[in-house]
Structures are given as C-alpha cells and as structure tokens.
Design a protein around this ligand. Structure first.
Ligand code: GUN
Length: 301
C-alpha cells in the first residue's frame, strides 16, 4: 500500500481563505475587526521567525495585528503588566505570548494571567478544563491539535470516529493531552502512550489513527503502523544532513516517513503536514474570539 499524502499546506490555505472571507463579512455586518496581539520576549531566532509569520498571516486575514517585542531582560512583573493591559484592550480579541520565555520568567504564571476569553493558545486552565469536559463551544482548543483534527477528518472523510482505535504517542499539555480529548470527543477509543509505555511498537500497531507527538526524530517505524492506518505526525525535528553538504540540516517528523508511507492509508509529511495548520488554526481561533465578542456564530473548519 502507498499512503495518501495529506497536504497540510493546501488545507491550511483553505482554512485561511475561510477565515479571510468570514472576517470581511464580520466587519461588514457588525463593525467588529478581529484583533490579535503577539508578545515575544528576547531574541530566540526560531521564535522570531514564528512571530513574524503569525503577524503576516493575521494581516492577510484582515485582522488588526500588533506585535510587542520586549527585550530579554524584561522582568516578569513588566510582562504581566503588558498582558493585563492587553486583557483590558477592547480592540484585542486574541493574546499570544510566544514560548519559550526566558528562564527568569514563570511561564505558567504568564499563561494563567491571560484572560481565558482571549487565550487563543488554549493553554489557560479554564480552556483546558472546558476541553476536558466537552465545553468546546466556548473553549479555545490549542492550535496544533485542532489543526491535526482537521487533517485527520479530511483524510477519513468523516467527522465521527466511532469504532476507531486512536493512539496518541506523547503526553504533553500542548499536544498529546488535548489531542486525546479531541479524539475522545469525536467518539474514538483513545490511548495515550509515552516513554514508560510497555511494548509501544505492538500497541501502536493496533491503531487505526496514530498520532505522533514525542519530539524524537523518526522514532516511529513502519513496523509500528497498522496497514491502512491514518498517521498524523506532529513532530518537527531538525537533524544533520551531511548528504546536503557540510553543516546542512533538514526537517523530519517523529515518524520514519518513507517506510511508513508504504504501510499507512494516509500520512502527513514533514514539512508540509501539521506545521502549516498551527498558524491557520491560530487565525481561526482569533476570528472565533471576535465572533463571540460580536455575538455571531463562528465558522466550523
Ligand atoms: N512556541 C512554539 N509553539 C507555540 C505555540 O503554539 N504557542 C505559543 N504561545 N508559543 C509557542
């Protein structure tokens, strides 16, 4: 079997187009302009790249977009003050503080200071609790698992996962746990596996839906994949690529792609799979927040 390649770039572009059209309509109907504020502390080059693309995409969607770039030595108290002022800013529907933060700042404290109704990352306890109890109509769902679900449902051609075994490899708060909750909400039978799981390869091979979110390059081999399974690879790992020349690198997922694509029914590539969906779903969450402010039903994706 050769797997269908799930094109995350294409689906992300469709989501962004839907957001752009709905934003125009929201503004025309209500005068509400979705507003997003992205805060970055310090000069981490990878974070700067992410933040720039978030700002660019937000402007393309027709949002009011502001980026606050703060120096590395910014105190925790000053960052909390900035978050509070954005909480009170009527033109801002969405607040994203780019992680990681410098070591002297308590990330948890910053996240819990963001107003839950503007927490488009879905990291606040209120949003985590709402997702865990099925209150998804008023929650924000973290962008990477939300985007993974959109790809999964496209690949399966259905929204209801009744009767399917889903295995999520990885138990992070940002991906593994919310992904498991989303799969469960759509009636899949869900197992969360992790580094202490016994005989992971044999367990993984029972999955109709296999989600890899461990951050270990090409850990999941073809022999772990059930023939015909849908494989969603959330990993983005940079590894040395001496074959491309000295000092060169390349991106790979948590799944050994080439061999697994021979077994799976459908699989996301890296790059070009889940990655582009994360920013697209951030745009979707920002529009959702503005729609809630305006009292308008937000689109589904
Ligand atoms: N850093 C890497 N990914 C993310 C994300 O999804 N949200 C935030 N806030 N920071 C990140």
């Amino acid at each position: 079997m050769t797997a269908e390649v799930i094109d995350g770039k294409l689906v992300a572009a469709e989501v962004v187009e839907k957001v752009t059209v709905a934003t125009k309509k929201l503004i025309a109907d209500t005068g509400v302009v979705p507003g997003i504020a992205v805060v970055i502390v310090g000069e981490d080059p990878a974070s700067q790249v992410y933040v720039r693309s978030k700002g660019k995409r937000a402007t393309e969607c027709g949002f009011h977009s502001v980026t606050h770039t703060l120096p590395e030595e910014t105190s925790e108290a000053d960052l909390l003050k900035m978050v509070e002022s954005l909480n009170n800013d009527k033109d801002i529907d969405a607040i994203l503080v780019q992680l990681p933060l410098p070591d002297h700042i308590d990330e948890g404290k910053v996240i819990q200071t963001i107003a839950p109704e503007k927490d488009v990352d879905g990291f606040h306890f209120i949003n985590v609790g709402k997702l865990g109890t099925g209150e998804t109509d008023s929650a924000f769902v973290p962008c990477t698992p939300a985007g993974s679900m959109v790809l999964l449902k496209k690949a399966l051609g259905k929204d209801d996962l009744s009767g399917l075994n889903a295995i999520v490899v990885g138990r992070s708060n940002i991906v593994g746990k919310p992904m498991a909750n989303l799969l469960l909400a759509d009636n899949a039978t869900v197992t969360i596996a992790h580094s202490r799981t016994k005989d992971l390869p044999a367990l993984a091979a029972t999955a109709d839906i296999l989600v890899a979110a461990v951050g270990r390059p090409e850990m999941i081999k073809a022999g772990w994949v059930k023939p015909g399974a849908v494989v969603i690879d959330v990993g983005i790992n940079r590894i040395d690529a001496p074959e491309k020349g000295e000092g060169k690198t390349r991106l790979v997922g948590d799944v050994a792609y080439g061999e697994s694509a021979e077994v799976a029914g459908a699989i996301t590539p890296v790059p070009g799979g889940v990655g582009p969906m994360t920013i697209a779903m951030l745009m979707a969450n920002t529009l959702t927040s503005a729609c809630r402010r305006a009292g308008v039903e937000p689109p589904n994706y």
